[in-house]
Design a protein around this ligand. Structure first.
Ligand SMILES: Nc1ncnc2c1ncn2[C@@H]1O[C@H](COP(=O)(O)OP(=O)(O)OP(=O)(O)O)[C@@H](O)[C@H]1O
Length: 331
């Protein structure tokens, strides 16, 4: 049997307190050359898990194995963190502010051959789309540009695993998209393994090959993003992955949905405004322009429902409309 690339084997780390927190015994494997995203609400144990994988924390029990060898904790290693891994967080600040971008990268490369060093620096600058800023001092860069430098520096050390802990938090949306695409390209072209922690659903859905949902220090479910988005097994996952409508059974009945389950989840794109008179009657409370689409806040007997439409030009706030729900999930 082949040895797993990265094996998390019954690893736990609990912090004492009125309610113990941290990570309960957790087991899973990470495949090489993929982006694995860990998502969960605040305090669910995402950072604890990432730090355990990297060897920045010693587990209470269990162990992490990288290609079959145990990852040592901080007490067992002079410089904490596994040598084949690198971590970038939103606070990563080990850059030299007064050196230029290309100097920040080349200083980390082996001094053996000047030509090789230059080519590798150029390659990292291109991979992270930094040609325009290569000759600027880091002190003069924006937050998002500095994050690119931090990632390039992490990659300069040729890690097999790149760990990203909410690295795009301070980066504005347009910059984020570009950086996410660049990281996906690097994964595809180099076989790098990325493990990222995030609580931004759009980010994990677009970046991850595998998604792990953490709740209260335990894995609740895992799988491919598309499958998990369409068929979440838990209310918690459905809430995490999109800004869904969560209705009680009674509220769902007002929308014409009968179920014996406690909660009904309706994604905004599953609710359609229609002219059919056989459907339920709602009032448009607000029309919110979101750019590529509009979001309607609809109301009926005190029940609010969010629906998306691509063209709201024929709709008015205060107008009565009918709503057809294509699909719902019941938990
Ligand atoms: N050093 C510590 N001492 C005590 N409790 C801790 C410590 N580190 C983390 N915790 C607790 O463990 C739980 C998990 O924390 P962790 O930082 O792993 O969560 P997270 O999912 O990354 O949260 P966030 O999204 O807010 O960063 C939290 O309840 C946190 O308060």
């Amino acid at each position: 049997m082949s040895v797993p690339f990265l094996q998390i084997s019954a690893v736990s780390k609990l912090y004492p307190g009125d309610v113990p927190s941290g990570l309960k015994p957790t087991t899973f494997n990470i495949e090489p050359g993929k982006v694995t995203a860990i998502i969960g609400s605040s305090g669910s144990g995402k950072s604890t898990l990432l730090h355990l994988i990297f060897g920045l924390l010693t587990p209470d029990a269990g162990a992490v194995y990288f290609k079959g060898d145990r990852v040592w904790g901080p007490e067992e290693k002079l410089i904490p963190g596994h040598d084949a891994m690198r971590m970038v967080t939103q606070e990563t600040n080990d850059v030299n502010l007064f050196a230029k971008v290309h100097e920040n990268i080349s200083v980390l490369l082996p001094n053996t051959d000047v030509e090789v060093k230059k080519n590798r620096t150029d390659q990292l600058i291109d991979q992270l789309n930094m040609r325009r800023i290569a000759n600027k001092r880091v002190a003069d860069l924006s937050g998002g540009e500095r994050q690119r430098v931090a990632i390039a520096r992490a990659l300069a050390r040729q890690p097999e695993v790149l760990l990203l802990d909410e690295p795009f938090n301070q980066v504005d949306t347009s910059f984020r998209d570009g950086l996410q695409q660049d990281i996906r390209s690097i994964v595809k072209n180099t076989g790098l393994t990325v493990i990222m922690v995030s609580h931004d659903p759009a980010e994990v859905l677009s970046m991850a090959d595998d998604l792990i949902v953490l709740k209260d220090g335990e894995i609740l479910e895992s799988g491919a993003p598309r499958q998990m988005y369409q068929h979440p097994q838990n209310l918690y996952t459905a809430k995490l992955l999109t800004n869904s409508n969560i209705l009680t059974r009674e509220q769902a009945a007002i929308c014409g949905i009968q179920t014996d389950k406690e909660h009904v989840v309706i994604y905004p794109e599953w609710a359609h405004v229609t002219s059919s008179f056989t459907r339920k009657h709602f009032t448009i409370k607000h029309i919110l322009f979101k750019g590529a689409y509009d979001e309607l806040i609809l109301e009926n007997e005190g029940v609010e429902l969010r629906a998306t439409v691509t063209d709201s030009s024929k709709l008015k706030e205060g107008e009565h409309v009918h709503v057809k729900v294509d699909r719902f999930l019941a938990f």
